[in-house]
Design a protein around this ligand. Structure first.
Ligand code: FAD
Length: 478
């Protein structure tokens, strides 16, 4: 058929997966078109995910630290919160990054088409052009003919069907909108996103309840790490309801009244509870069923995921898929890595996705970070491993910082002594875990890390110290 635009490479969706794929494809000489419905590039991560949440978490962190400074002889007094200014700050942070992306797109001569894309056949995509914030359709349509395509259409928050449509019931996007600080807030779902937002809102003054169906918060992390976080954060929560289902909710004038049901072993209040704000953070579902993928012959699962091989190819060889839409873990750094593989393969290179580890970080306070295998995963796989733990109570820097509650843990294969994973709970754990990622990828063993001179006194030193513990010769630097 006829087309308005022709290209070598069409990328659908401009999140971290999509823009990274478009940049790499353009760098490799492919004439690239990037289709995005929203006014700004960057997807969930830059606009309503990783970045705005971290802008707010940074502020919360400084507030929490400052609050304890009176004990050290420096009293800042009670904070005065200007929520409009704080929101403006967060928006400025996001704007800097999305603006930077537009510049990079131009520099690489990637053509951006603003609109909602859906496939017509294996080589054509129709785009309903959008305006304003990206929701308003202009009525205009463009057809793009492509040789190859990378689908990077991402995911969206899962909704609970019984939640009333009400401004006091929000998903993570609404919570990041930061309209006001509620007195009583319910966080439905005790995963990373819910707990990060709980950290922000409780520091700003909200009292928080958390409800979670599983038997513990922050699923995926080993329990020894979570315990440290729980101890330090107990003051934030009125109730943490584990093994509890949220079953009904009603919007009334005085608040959102929510009903719970304890599962086996759980305990939940029998009466409905009243909240000024309810954040639903029960997971994200992929957008695979919203792009007419079937017209291109691309297989999509019932849940909306697009299956791919280790070169990120779908069942249709010239159509690739990457990021949240291909599966867990739904993380920006995984999307970016997959993007590079897909673009390189499309350009004729022999790349494949063969990462040995994908790190996870909860940017709570303290942070919880893990990479490679967790202990739970190693046990489930029947791997014989050795564990080395360095408690931050023995770290000079952590003590000097007044934050020695954390620890650093390394897991080694019992026979080869190669590092198979590691985890850190403590301030800046997310920044520190990179060394563990590198060690896993490079097949480093305990001696490699233990004999590497780390700068003293730093938190990063704790990784070298843990390796020395594994090696059996403890260092004498405190
Ligand atoms: P997305 O970022 O979802 O981008 C997809 C894009 O495609 C969107 O811009 C969408 O508008 C567009 N699109 C979809 N369908 C169409 C269509 N039909 N036509 C045109 N455009 C379309 N990850 C981390 O690694 N670290 C974090 O700290 C972190 N924090 C997070 C905090 C929150 C609150 C949330 C919600 C997520 C967070 N994540 C974090 C996850 C991270 O945001 C995602 O993993 C990442 O954005 C996925 O990238 P993606 O490119 O696959 O998709």
């Amino acid at each position: 058929g006829s087309a308005d635009i022709e290209c070598d490479m069409l990328v659908l969706g401009a999140g971290p997966g999509g823009y990274s794929a478009a940049f790499r494809a353009a760098d490799l000489g492919l004439r690239t078109v990037l289709v995005e419905r929203y006014a700004t590039l960057g997807g969930v991560c830059l606009n309503v995910g990783c970045i705005p949440s971290k802008a707010l978490l940074h502020v919360a962190n400084v507030m929490d630290e400052a609050a304890h400074f009176a004990d050290l002889g420096i009293d800042f007094g009670a904070p005065r919160i200007d929520i409009d200014k704080l929101r403006a700050h967060k928006e400025k942070v996001v704007g800097k990054l999305t603006g930077g992306l537009s510049g990079m797109v131009k520099a690489r001569k990637v053509e951006v088409v603003r609109g909602l894309g859906s496939f017509l056949d294996p080589n054509h995509l129709a785009v309903e052009l959008t305006q304003g914030n990206g929701q308003d359709k202009s009525g205009e349509k463009k057809v793009i003919r492509f040789r190859q395509c990378i689908i990077a259409a991402g995911s969206q928050a899962v909704k609970l069907p019984f939640m009333p449509v009400d401004p006091r019931v929000v998903d993570s996007t609404g919570a990041l909108g930061l309209k006001a600080v509620p007195k009583r807030m319910l966080v439905v779902g005790g995963g990373i996103i819910g707990l990060e937002m709980a950290t922000v809102y409780s520091t700003l003054g909200a009292r928080i309840d958390v409800v979670e169906m599983m038997d513990g918060l922050m699923q995926g992390a080993d329990r020894d790490l979570v315990k440290v976080w729980e101890k330090k954060n107990a003051h934030r929560f009125d109730k943490v309801m584990l093994k509890t289902k949220t079953v009904a909710a009603e919007a009334k004038e005085d608040g959102i009244w929510v009903k719970f049901e304890a599962m086996e072993g759980g305990s939940a209040p029998a009466e409905a509870q009243c909240y000024d704000l309810v954040l639903v953070a029960v997971g994200r579902s992929p957008n695979g069923n919203k792009i007419s993928a079937d017209k291109a012959g691309v297989v999509v699962t019932d849940r909306g995921f697009i299956p791919v091989d280790n070169q990120m190819r779908t069942n249709v060889p010239h159509i690739f898929a990457i990021g949240d839409i291909v599966g867990q873990p739904m993380l920006a750094h995984k999307a970016v890595h997959e993007a590079h593989v897909a673009a390189e393969v499309a350009a004729g290179q022999k790349s494949s996705f063969d990462a040995l580890q994908i790190p996870s970080v909860a940017y709570t306070d303290p942070e919880v970070a893990w990479a490679g295998l967790t202990e739970d995963q190693a046990k489930a796989k029947g791997i014989k491993y050795e564990k080395a733990v360095f408690p931050w109570a023995a770290s000079g820097r952590a003590i000097a910082n007044g934050r020695d509650e954390g620890f650093t843990k390394l897991l080694f294969d019992a026979e080869t002594h190669r590092i198979i994973g590691g985890a850190i709970v403590g301030t800046h754990a997310g920044d520190l875990i990179g060394e563990v990622c590198l060690a896993v990828e490079m097949g480093a063993d305990a001696v490699d890390i233990g004999k590497t001179i780390h700068p003293h006194p730093t938190l990063g030193e704790s990784i070298g110290m843990a390796a020395e513990v594994a090696h059996g010769s403890c260092t004498d630097l405190p």
